[in-house]
Ligand binder design. Structure first.
Ligand code: ATP
Ligand code: MG
Length: 170
């Protein structure tokens, strides 16, 4: 199933590289967040991780399937690289003309010298931990790519053993 996952991710990335004109849809970002969190709730509860959602129903223009992919990858990471009984905060906010998506976790964090590389395809910080949690290392490469396509700004803040926060500004 990991192989199928990997192949699907690769196909998705290659489609994005074709440079085709992307149709823009009106997307309720908060609705996407709620949909994604629903799918992660069982995995989170198993490890005592609580997920909080806050903010408003902000609308953005973009490709819904791609935006879903971003939210899914960021929230999945926030749960997957968290600690027992940790927490995840997802916020959707408007700031002037901008819309912010913030995903914050109380997890294992990313060492400063690795933070640039985690956006490269297939890069994973801890191979043993990563193997145990599954995944391909393509998630953040997709996030970065999709953010660029949507002209969104991506910001990562992380501290080892303390947690990570990713802010995406549309
Ligand atoms: P995939 O997303 O393809 O299932 P993945 O989660 O390993 O696999 P990425 O989402 O690209 O791949 O993340 C790359 C690496 O960055 C991860 O393997 C992990 O080491 C690190 N990482 C990503 N998000 C976090 C986070 N919130 N906290 C700590 N480490 C993280
Ligand atoms: Mg991931």
């Amino acid at each position: 199933s990991r192989l199928v996952n990997l192949i699907e991710d690769v196909i998705r990335i290659s489609h994005m590289d074709e440079g085709v004109e992307i149709p823009r849809e009106d997307i309720d970002l908060m609705a996407v967040v709620k949909e994604v969190i629903e799918t992660l709730q069982t995995a989170a509860q198993k490890r005592g991780i609580s997920i909080r959602i806050s903010g408003d129903h902000c609308h953005i223009q973009g490709v819904r399937s791609m935006i879903y992919e971003i939210v899914q990858n960021l929230c999945d990471n926030a749960v997957k690289y968290n600690v027992e009984n940790g927490s995840v905060d997802v916020a959707v906010k408007r700031s002037g003309k901008r819309t912010l998506l913030k995903v914050k976790d109380t997890g294992i964090g990313i060492p400063a010298e690795r933070q640039r590389r985690i956006f490269q395809p297939f890069y994973r910080v801890d191979k043993s931990h990563s193997r145990a949690t599954g995944g391909t290392g393509l998630g953040l490469a997709i996030v970065k790519h999709v953010a660029q396509i949507h002209k969104a700004e991506l910001e990562l803040n992380s501290e080892e053993k303390s947690g990570t926060s990713v802010v995406l500004t549309f």
